[in-house]
Design a protein around this ligand. Sequence first.
Ligand code: 5GP
Ligand code: MN
Length: 334
Amino acid sequence: MYITSEIREELYKTWQLLLSAKSIVLTSHIDPDGDAIGSSVGLYHLLKASGKDVCIILHSAVPANLRFLISTTEFYQASDIQSKDKVASADWFCILDLNHASRLGQSVQELFTHFTGHTVLIDHHLEPSIIPDRLHSIVKACSTCEIVSEMAKSSGIIPSVESATALYTGIMTDTGGFRHPRTTSDIMRLAAWLIDCGANPVMIYDKVMNAETPHSLRLLGMALSSLQIHLDGNLVLIVLTKQQLEHYLPEETEGFVNYTLSLAGVKIGALITEWPDKVKISLRSKPEYDVRSIAQKYGGGGHQQAAGARISHGDLHHIVQTIITDCETYLHSI
Ligand code: 5GP
Ligand code: MN
């Protein structure tokens, strides 16, 4: 049990501090996923139900399949004019599901340059480099939503249907639909508790996972037909060029990388996408292999089995070749 009584006590302390706040801004990472939105919305509703003035500010827009979660929240993109006033009147700033300030995105970082209130970081990534007033960095947690759920539990709070729905979403997406190695019996019990609180697993799965459009399914077709197999089948790549992605958004490639690991025998999979302002790398590995160190070489990070990086300058072909070499070197070294 990694959620010890000490951790519960610390989570309860943070909850008490948040209850003494006047106004709280919640934020999470750029290109938000189910856990980023789920933990923000889940905590939003816990705080709102306790009478707090709270809002969510993100750098990026919310992907279409997760928008149902924010519809009942006060949500801003950092570029919205209201966000400045919100930050100016906030006394607490909660950062969820990220470990480096750069993951906030430039616009959120800028908003908080002169922030003098308190900060709390709740996250499950390795090696947090942000120094907040309250730190909950639990790398064994399957998701940030797990930690927020434990905070509610430890504080004797029953999440509302909206909160439970959001928290269940992040647990579901960060465990790859209850399939990744952190899917423990404790996680299943926590998910069951959220269902008891009103989360509807069938509806959530349908909204989050069955949200393709003909346009996005065609992109998946293009991605799968361009699958590259390297290193005797140990490495599988999907590479999409700027031309192929011309009419698409980064969120429309979400989940594509998982197909690389569905091939029998593969050890490492990568999705490399070329956008006008960056090349995005998404890495995945089978449990015995660690792709985080490869992502770090490109200034990125993440988890051992799911990591990523963004490269702002560089030739796509060169990046692909370097990643193949990095994976080869890594697989030889273990
Ligand atoms: P994805 O491949 O789904 O974009 O990201 C997988 C994981 O890698 C994320 O949970 C996140 O922790 C990490 N990650 C992705 N992109 C970056 C990045 O640019 N920088 C850092 N530090 N981590 C990233
Ligand atoms: Mn997460």
